[in-house]
Design a protein around this ligand. Structure first.
Ligand code: NAP
Length: 340
């Protein structure tokens, strides 16, 4: 039987996920949509799907087994809490929420419910290259991981809409999450350095260099450049005690012409991570069908929120900003749990 899914927020990524759920993946059906702009929801609704007037009506409907949240960040907390109150599995695009207090409220609600229901949209964990890199580190043949270099480059960002805080509170969350996951570690402190400003982005503060201090003593060095013109370029290299392991440069198509031999660069994140998004939803559908969630959890969303807050503080003060996560609830250590 198909999982009946409702999508809240039918903007850019909401529409892409509806395409994925209706045209790419099996075992799933989009039976409802909702957006603050009802006409946008109606335009994005697949045939037969109901357009709900509010996210709450969608979440409570008998036509919806599980929910996908693609609204903007400040709306996530209320929608997540409603999903947990209704006992429905929910995929929530990053950021989980926009403050540490909100993350704790969502975590308390889920822990109180007693079973994982929330998966956060950190799609890099589902990318085949990152999974191979993690398998090498976890295999231990290179010894302990000491330094991880994460490069996050965007060709451009929308002028005016993308502000100088966003490299640290919107873009960095992907590097923070993948660093924690790859190294099986937690971030305990953040430093930010601001190099010479690129003229590509006008007044926008770009690029950023971020150092994440990990609990093990390993250090992650993140470059965030959001107006680098040439394309979307994601790199990662781990230096271990007896060797290094790195992501391959993607994609592999080699073009030879009168200008020489070169490799094409993806234009944006949709192209680079298209298979990762598909796999992320395959695994979500399987877990949601069992009444639960897998992959990046509310705890992981909370960690990313703390890193974003610390990075903003570090950029302001020029000092190391420390992170105290508190105790991890046991719920987030358990393997996949099924609904009783
Ligand atoms: P978007 O194009 O602005 O779409 C968001 C949609 O949600 C808009 O239609 C918006 O309406 C609607 N909305 C806002 N508040 C709502 C509410 N309370 N209830 C229902 N609908 C509401 O933004 P987007 O780029 O798709 O991003 C959506 C989310 O996905 C964000 O959290 C973003 O960070 C995340 N994202 C993740 C990735 C990734 O790599 N994983 C990539 C892109 C985006 P209005 O426009 O009228 O406000």
């Amino acid at each position: 039987m198909s999982l009946k899914v409702g999508v809240i927020g039918t903007g850019m990524i909401g529409q892409d996920h509806i395409r994925r759920l209706t045209q790419v993946l099996s075992g799933v059906e989009v039976t409802g949509v909702s957006d603050i702009d009802a006409s946008r929801a109606a335009a994005a609704a697949p045939q037969g799907a109901e357009v709900f007037a509010t996210p709450q009506a969608l979440i409570r409907s008998d036509r919806i087994d599980a929910v996908v949240i693609c609204s903007w960040g400040p709306a996530h907390e209320e929608q997540l809490l409603d999903c947990i109150a209704a006992g429905k599995p929910v995929f929530c695009e990053k950021p989980l929420v926009t403050s540490a207090e909100a993350a704790r409220r969502v975590m308390d609600a889920e822990v109180g419910f007693g079973r994982r229901l929330v998966q956060v949209g950190f799609m890099r964990r589902f990318d085949a290259d990152y999974r191979r890199l993690k398998a090498v580190i976890d295999g231990g043949t290179l010894g302990l991981p000491l330094i991880y270099k994460s490069v996050h480059r965007n060709a451009s960002v929308p002028p005016g809409l993308y502000t100088s805080e966003m490299p640290l509170n919107d873009t960095l969350v992907h590097d923070a999450d993948i660093s924690r996951w790859l190294l099986s570690d937690e971030v305990t402190g953040v430093e930010v350095r601001l190099p010479r400003r690129s003229r590509q982005g006008g007044e926008l503060r770009d690029p950023h260099m971020v150092l994440l201090h990990m609990a093990s003593g390993a250090i992650v060095d993140v470059e965030i450049s959001v107006n680098i013109a040439y394309g979307y370029d994601i790199r990662g290299e781990v230096s271990c005690e007896t060797g290094i392991a790195a992501l391959p440069n993607r994609p592999a198509t080699v073009i030879t012409d009168a200008h020489g031999i070169r490799q094409a660069i993806p234009e944006d994140w949709r192209e680079r991570f298209i298979e990762a998004y598909d796999q992320e939803f395959r695994e979500w559908i399987a877990a949601a069908g069992q009444g639960t969630a897998t992959g990046p959890s509310t705890w992981d969303g909370y960690a990313a929120t703390l890193v974003a807050d610390a990075a903003l503080e570090a950029a302001e003060t020029g000092q190391l900003a420390r992170i105290e996560m508190g105790e991890k609830p046991g719920l987030y250590d358990l393997p996949l749990q099924q609904a009783a």
